[in-house]
Each structure stands twice: as structure tokens, then as C-alpha cells.
Design a binder for this molecule. Structure first.
Ligand SMILES: Nc1nc2c(ncn2[C@@H]2O[C@H](COP(=O)(O)OP(=O)(O)OP(=O)(O)O)[C@@H](O)[C@H]2O)c(=O)[nH]1
Ligand SMILES: [Mg+2]
Length: 413
């Protein structure tokens, strides 16, 4: 195994001089890149330069060195999906084969060769192979086990490689904690605006994902015990056998009025009749994402709730990755403000959901993790999401300080 090195400095010359004084002519630079100085999530200040390479064995021949250089170049090209260029056989072709020279002139030549090499390889310096970094390889596997999209995982790995030195990338604890920080920051969380009362909260989504149960949970936590908000439930499009009875049963148990409506005019009337309430929860019957026309009918009907109504999309955490994006796209016609993730208790792999939410930039509002009304619901938070990931280690106390726990009923007071 060759010994790898990584050096940073404020100028090319500074780094090359340092490599020269530390490693002499055993140093073989493989590539260099421009990196931002450490900062917070992409808010960078000054620029630094990082050079990476390996140390030759003293007894290694130039021919062996050349083969290794070509192999490195091929690996980097392959990692970037580029074709391997024809390797020339003249002595000038050994562009990678850099001995650290002594004179300014030679240093100038080295820099020129490095620039040529970068151009020739069209190297994306931010994507060196994972191979020299076992900690990154392990992280990549862990994210795969948690079902994160490949593109999401790649963006995390790339950010880590940009931000950290080669030495830091060997620090498992640091790499995993930073990954947790990035995952936490990659999803946004729903912030209700201070709106006029009554607040109208409509829940839409595919069939059987837990909409009615979630409406009952929200009604209970807001309308019962110490919170005492005036809560009403309206159930829409309740032709399905049992749908009306289900929500009315919840209403009876909680002493919360429930009204069932089936068309625009009835809905409009109920909204007006409930205008003295604090919160109107509107439950809808699930729609198949494939049934565009019924989704459109529902959208037209719900317009009776007015412009200030908030639509939220319920998504089961057990949804197949291949269906997730279709559902999120099909329900876009409702202009939903957030996603509520249900049935988190039924899966141990939520990476696909985090990837999809991050990509669509849709805020997350609530998480549900069981059938019990009202206990199995919580305000969505980065820590609650992270706690569902398997195998990722991070410094909990630090994140707790950054993300204090939210109160379930605060949104309605
Ligand atoms: N494990 C688990 N089950 C849940 C959760 N939320 C709801 N359920 C169950 O999922 C089933 C369907 O729940 P509903 O609330 O009726 O689903 P819905 O979205 O209203 O269904 P439709 O009105 O038919 O579209 C019921 O058996 C619920 O008890 C949850 O967070 N975890
Ligand atoms: Mg229902």
C-alpha cells in the first residue's frame, strides 16, 4: 500500500514547497484542487489549495511509477465517466510523474504540467475515487442501507471531500457527525404563518395512508386537555362505506363537531358556519395518484375552503421509492404546503423519503408512528428524522442545542 499525503496552503507555490521539504522527491502529486476555507454549510470565505498524492517507494523504478500513475489517471477518469485518453510513450508524457524540483523555473514547469494534466483529464477534482478513504466507503454503504438515493449520497460525499482534508476524511466520527448535520439541514420544516382565524388545515393523499387517523390526532391534541382550541372537523367526499362513520366516531369520543360534506356548496356552507372556530380540520378520502380526473375533481371541490386554507400531503413512510415522486407530483395540483409522514413505525429505511423531500424542497410538518390517537404524532424535526436512521453516529447533545424540540400544539395557539 502506498502512503498517501494531502497538503493545503494559500498558494500553489506554498503547498508545493511544503511537499518538497516534507517528502523530497518521493512525493508524487496525483491531483490538486481549490477548496473553500472551512465555513458553515457552504458559506465560505477564503480559498485554499489542496494537493494530494502518494509517496514512492525508494526502490520503485520509473517504469513502475509510470504504470501506477496511468492506473490512477484511469481510475479518476472512470470515476468521472470519461474515456481514457491515449497515453503517449515519449518522456514528456509522464505529466503525472512529478518530482519536486528546486528552481523557480522548474516549479513553474511543474505548475504548467499540473494545469495540462487537469485539462487533459478533464478532472473534476471534487470527485476523487472513494478507494483511498475507507470511512467514506463505509458511509456510502450505510446510506445505501438506509435507502438514500444515489444522487443524494453522492452529493453528501462530494461535500465532505470538498470540505475536509484527506486526514480528516479518515476520521470516522467527524465524517459521520458532519453527515448527520448535512442530512438534518437538507430537509426544511414547515413554519405556519400567523394567519387569520379560523385556520383551515386540509389533508390530502393516497388511500389508506392514515389521513383520518392523523386528523383525529390533530383534533385531539389541539381540542382536548389544556389546549382548548375550538376545533371542528369536516369530512369531504365521504361516499365510501364507513368513512363517515370512522371520523364521526372520533368526533363523538372527543366531543368535537364533525360534519360530512359531498359537494362544493355544502363545503362552503360548513366553512362559513365554522367561521368562529380556531381550527378547521378537513379530512378527505384518499385518491389514487393514477386517477388524475378524481384528483382534479377534489381540487375543485376543496377550492370552497378559500385561498387561506392550507393543504398538506399525507405520505406513508412505507411508500416505494418508485411511487414517491409520482405521488408528490400528482398532488402538486393542490399546492400542498407540507408533507406529513405517516407510519414511520412500519419501516426502518427512510433515506428515500429524506432524498425526495430534499430534492423537492417540500417542508415536513408532522410525523406519525402508530395507530394510537392522539399519542402517536409529533412535530417533524431534524432530530426525529435522524433518530430513524440506522447506524449513523453523531454528537446528539450538539444537535439538540441547535434544534430544540418543538411543541405539538404551538402552531395553533
Ligand atoms: N402503523 C401505523 N398505522 C397507522 C398510522 N396512521 C394510521 N394508521 C392505520 O392505517 C390504517 C388507515 O388509516 P386511515 O386513517 O383510515 O387512512 P386514510 O388515509 O384516512 O384512508 P382513506 O380515507 O381510505 O384514504 C388504519 O388501520 C390506521 O390505524 C401510523 O402512523 N402507523
Ligand atoms: Mg380516511
Amino acid at each position: 500500500m502506498p502512503q498517501y499525503f494531502s497538503e493545503r496552503g494559500k498558494s500553489h507555490l506554498e503547498v508545493i514547497e511544503r511537499i518538497k521539504s516534507k517528502y523530497g522527491d518521493r512525493a508524487n502529486i496525483q491531483f490538486h484542487k481549490t477548496i473553500p476555507a472551512p465555513g458553515i454549510m457552504g458559506l465560505f470565505g477564503k480559498v485554499n489549495f489542496e494537493y494530494r498524492g502518494y509517496l514512492r517507494n525508494d526502490n520503485e523504478t520509473r517504469a513502475v511509477q509510470r504504470i501506477r500513475d496511468d492506473d490512477s489517471r484511469a481510475a479518476i477518469l472512470a470515476a468521472n465517466g470519461k474515456a481514457i485518453p491515449q497515453v503517449q510513450t515519449t518522456s514528456e508524457s509522464a505529466a503525472v510523474d512529478i518530482h519536486i524540483p528546486g528552481s523557480e523555473e522548474q516549479i513553474g514547469e511543474v505548475l504548467k504540467e499540473l494545469r495540462d494534466l487537469k485539462g487533459q483529464l478533464a478532472i473534476s477534482a471534487s470527485t476523487p475515487p472513494l478507494e483511498p478513504f475507507p470511512v467514506l466507503a463505509e458511509l456510502s454503504e450505510l446510506m445505501d442501507k438506509n435507502d438514500f438515493d444515489k444522487a443524494y449520497t453522492d452529493s453528501i460525499l462530494e461535500a465532505l471531500r470538498k470540505r475536509f482534508s484527506a486526514a480528516d476524511l479518515e476520521n470516522r466520527e467527524l465524517v459521520q457527525h458532519e453527515t448527520a448535520v448535512m442530512i438534518a439541514g437538507s430537509v426544511s420544516y414547515f413554519q405556519p404563518e400567523i394567519a387569520e382565524r379560523p385556520r383551515i388545515f386540509i389533508l390530502v393523499g393516497p388511500t389508506g395512508v392514515g389521513k383520518t387517523t392523523t386528523i383525529a390526532k390533530l383534533a385531539a391534541v389541539n381540542g382536548l386537555s389544556g389546549n382548548k382550541s375550538d376545533v371542528r372537523i369536516i369530512t369531504v367526499d365521504s361516499f365510501r362505506i364507513g368513512a363517515r362513520a370512522q371520523v364521526e366516531t372520533y368526533g363523538e369520543i372527543m366531543g368535537i363537531p364533525v360534519n360530512a360534506v359531498d359537494d362544493y356548496d355544502e363545503l362552503r356552507k360548513q366553512i362559513i358556519l365554522s367561521s368562529d372556530a380556531d381550527l378547521i380540520l378537513v379530512d378527505t378520502i384518499g385518491k389514487s395518484p393514477r386517477d388524475e380526473s378524481r384528483i382534479e375533481e377534489m381540487r375543485a371541490l376543496l377550492s370552497a375552503c378559500g385561498d387561506t386554507a392550507e393543504v398538506h400531503l399525507a405520505l406513508s413512510a412505507t411508500t416505494k421509492t418508485s411511487d414517491l415522486k409520482q405521488i408528490m407530483t400528482r398532488f402538486e395540483t393542490f399546492s400542498y404546503r407540507s408533507v406529513i409522514l405517516t407510519k414511520l413505525d412500519e419501516t426502518s429505511r427512510i433515506g428515500n423519503l429524506v432524498s425526495a423531500l430534499s430534492e423537492s424542497e417540500t417542508p415536513l410538518s408532522y410525523l406519525t408512528d402508530g395507530q394510537s390517537v392522539p399519542v402517536d404524532i409529533a412535530v417533524a424535526s431534524p432530530l426525529r428524522l435522524l433518530s430513524r436512521l440506522k447506524g449513523l453516529e453523531y454528537r446528539l447533545a450538539e444537535l439538540e442545542e441547535q434544534y430544540p424540540a418543538a411543541d405539538l400544539t404551538a402552531a395553533w395557539r
